[in-house]
Design a protein around this ligand. Sequence first.
Ligand code: 5GP
Length: 170
Amino acid sequence: MNALLESSAIQSRVRELAQEIEGDYPAGEEIHLVGVLKGGFVFMADLIRSMTTRVSVDFIAVSSYGAGTKSSGEVRFQKDLDTSLEDRHVIIVEDIVDTGLTLKYLQDVLRQRAPRSLKTACLLSKPSRRKVEVPVEYIGFTIEDRFVVGYGLDFDEKYRNLPYIAVLNE
Ligand code: 5GP
């Protein structure tokens, strides 16, 4: 598969995002990263290793796609967080924002848990597909309306292990 985003480009952008994030929080404050499974786990793993401030992590699992390449618009909650968000600086770490429905749902649910602050980091964004407005403070790359795989993103559970991001041609 041809790379849309090479591994080296992803790595350097993730390092930039980590620096940007760290600069936005008071020194010494812990940042609590909430990774969205499964797609967000590779981005999360690289992001935290580029951060030097205090971080803690937790994971949440939702699904909106099933095995297809088009969103059903229906978000299902599959695994909740292990720890409370109360009074913490929380950043949702997601692979990609497409229609925005998944993130909108997650932001609404997590905001009710009284975090001190709530922001979102997405490696990829497809703005042309947005159905709802969602704030995303940190975006790695803006891409066109293509179904992409690799770097955590799957098609039918395949391709998550690619170190680069490719457009799926099926
Ligand atoms: P949204 O709710 O914004 O439409 O969709 C978000 C979720 O859909 C993402 O977390 C991701 O799991 C999946 N998704 C959206 N676009 C793509 C894509 O191009 N490739 C893959 N593999 N998943 C996608």
